[in-house]
Design a protein around this ligand. Sequence first.
Ligand SMILES: O=P(O)(O)OC[C@H]1O[C@H](O)[C@H](O)[C@@H](O)[C@@H]1O
Length: 561
Amino acid sequence: MTSTTAWTSEAWKALAEHKAEVSPPTFSVAAALADDDGRLDKLCVAFPDSATADATGDAEEDVAGIGLLADFSKHLVTERTVELFGELAAAMDFNALRAAMFAGEHVNVTEDRAVGHVALRTPEAYKCLYDDGASSSFDFAEDGAEAVGTVLAQMKAFADSVRSGTWKGATGKAIASVVNIGIGGSDLGPAMVVGALAPYAKDELDMHFVANVDPSNLTEALAKCDRETTLFIVCSKTFTTAETLANANAAKAWLLDPAGGLDDAAVAAHFVAVSTNSDGVAGFGIDPANMFAFSDWVGGRYSVWGPIGLSVMLAVGPEAFGRFLAGAHAVDEHFLTAPLASNIPFLMGTLDLWYTNFFGYTSHAVLPYDHNLGRFAAYLQQLTMESLGKGVTRDGVPLPPHLVTSGSVVFGEPGTPAQHSFMQLLHQGQVVPADFLVAASSHAAIGTQHEMLVANAVAQAEALMVGKSHDDPARAFSGNRPTTTFMYRKLTPATLGALIAFYEHAVFTVAALLGLNAYDQFGVELGKKLASAIVDDFAAASTDGHDVSTARIMQHYLALR
Ligand SMILES: O=P(O)(O)OC[C@H]1O[C@H](O)[C@H](O)[C@@H](O)[C@@H]1O
């Protein structure tokens, strides 16, 4: 792989020189569109595309029914810009890095691991490194498919048994409530997907997600649960995360509260685990037979596709879960085969890099015009900011802070409420590139309300681009504010799988072009370490060893508690 640092490459210099040609106010996107130089056709990409259209079924619920248009036409780019993105990709060995990830090479160099979430979508298609250390790679269709296929079959059998009522609690009653206990990648994916696919969920199964060590989180969930009909899924890749273990132990104590009349044998019927750590699972008291295992080459924020998605499969069933995987797999094929100039994740990633590094637009808004995607921005915050919030390249070269921004600050809320909250800033304050996600039809029907929703999404993107002059400066809109619109037929499992995979590969693109490792997260460790020490200090009512500021706030807590 190249040792070139992106910011010293000729392509980077060419992009810096080119920027003036597409900078407001001299460059107007609206004017560029009016020139009708074929801009729309070049900057609007349909999905599924030809590479995936034939292998995608024909029902509306299949990949074929996604009917997505990725509209990049409102961005501060020309055909030349996209060509220069391609030159940067060549300089940074993008194609070789992409091939290496799909082949299961250890592209997560700092942890010496493969990055294999794509293999979870359809193990038959990709070779992935099996992290046994003995072999440099293995044919997933022979070795890994067995591993992933086995776990998928285990998940399906379990989901069928719970959803059919065959799986019984300790007193012989069917499960009515599921509590997913996990945090970060062991919570955000399952919680977001279950919420997004609510129209597909089984009515008789109440789903709860407990992540925060704040006792209010678990208390709120347990208040809605009955011991005899509640199943806990303890999700933790490492099975060492303090918050998850605290909540899991508190949940076990609740289950076995003498008032409830259940004894230790009840754990087997009311607890299952999802982890890479079988010793940790057994140590907690969960039967390894009730463990759904996965390997360390699946990153936490990339793990909803495998056993971490068990609560999703329980909620929507194995068939819908399979279509969720199929949507992501179709995007994998698109990412691998589409020319870069019409490669949706590549364009998403390069545009993010373009704005953060060449325009100083370092925030990014995600605006799903869909009530059920209420947690989509939160999910993307971990996916993007934990992957790209880095200070060095994968070779350990520091990023020059004045020159390179490794990842944007992602935020967002569903529209239309966002319009009544922070959109003022996007229209008249700093420029924040934004993604609009909108379905042409809804699962819910009340008069013409869905059409009002769509109209608002389209109008916001139009207003941000076209702007409006006014004699009163306070009432003027500069316009030329870049946005992408993803419009698709309906939010189906396949569509949601595709949308998530687009963002996963956009993250890969930014990391590849900047030379980053998107798959480690050492930055989360220091806070955890300090918190563990302060827990002990609080227990000893001590503030010794802390700086005066920290000691003061600790003393205030000790005085108040
Ligand atoms: O799944 P676990 O091992 O419990 O980890 C849960 C989360 O905590 C870690 O600190 C990282 O921030 C996340 O990447 C991870 O998803």
